[in-house]
Ligand binder design. Structure first.
Ligand SMILES: C[S@@+](CC[C@H](N)C(=O)[O-])C[C@H]1O[C@@H](n2cnc3c(N)ncnc32)[C@H](O)[C@@H]1O
Length: 238
């Protein structure tokens, strides 16, 4: 697993902020609720959500210790916050039916499939609990990834899983969720200049690549734009 650079990540202009705002808004959080942020990274979205959880609790889960270090320094000694290192492909380290809401932003496409994830989320939610997630969806970064063979046909990049709507709806249903809404939202994202684009690619997208490969991809992206497509999920536990 390539190491995430939490500080470089937080310094970038991230479209993730808008994805996080949309995801949190869908949950209609109440001040005394418990929220779990799955794949919390440095905790940027979690911090925003915590403003609504005046008497509540926040559980941040991620498998990257470097991202969690950044997350820990963001929250300091806030007694409402619990930070857990864990793999979302495995059962969550929380009591069954103990969480009011689960959010996830820009994380689930790192998992090879979503069958386990939805089942683990369902188990963690209380009856009536809500789920709102964002991740790369079918067609995400299609134009960007089509340029990769021009750099090197043998180059490696992570095997992201960009799920489609019908498969996701079926898995959510199989896991037991109701009130299921799944959609794909194109979100083309221009970066302000080549330097920011290169840092962005190195920090977020092609983290295994060398400087030369990153520079070539920056040049090939003539409009400095990443063609994101987001898979948005909203669902409830009955
Ligand atoms: C692009 S970052 C998004 C972080 C944060 N949600 C945000 O929007 O800024 C993706 C995060 O997913 C986490 N992640 C990827 N696969 C994971 C897994 N199997 N289990 C837990 N976390 C995972 C990574 O460690 C990383 O922190």
């Amino acid at each position: 697993m390539t190491v995430w650079d939490g500080a470089a990540y937080d310094a970038l202009p991230l479209p993730h902020e808008q994805w996080g705002i949309r995801t949190i808004a869908a949950l209609n959080l109440q001040p005394n609720e418990t929220l779990l942020d799955a794949g919390c990274g440095t905790g940027r979205d979690a911090q925003l959500a915590l403003e609504q959880l005046t008497y509540g609790a926040l559980i941040c889960v991620d498998q990257s210790s470097t991202m969690l270090d950044q997350c820990q320094s963001r929250f300091g000694q806030d007694a409402r916050v619990r930070i857990l290192e864990g793999d979302l492909d495995k059962a969550l380290s929380v009591e069954a039916a103990s969480v009011d809401a689960i959010m996830s932003v820009a994380a689930l496409h790192w998992l090879a499939d979503h069958n386990n994830v939805w089942r683990h989320f369902y188990a963690a939610l209380k009856p009536g609990g809500r789920l709102a997630t964002d991740c790369g969806g079918f067609g995400n970064l299609g134009k960007t990834l089509a340029l990769v063979p021009q750099i090197d046909p043998n180059i490696k990049f992570p095997d992201w899983y960009y799920a489609n709507v019908s498969n996701t709806e079926q898995l959510l249903k199989d896991a037991g969720f109701v009130d299921i809404q799944v959609s794909l939202r194109p979100h083309p994202t221009p970066l302000p200049d080549k330097e920011t684009l290169a840092t962005y690619l190195r920090t977020l997208v092609f983290r295994e690549w060398n400087t030369d490969q990153i520079a070539k991809m920056s040049d090939l992206l003539t409009d400095n734009t990443l063609d994101y497509v987001r898979l948005e999920v909203r669902a409830n536990k009955a």
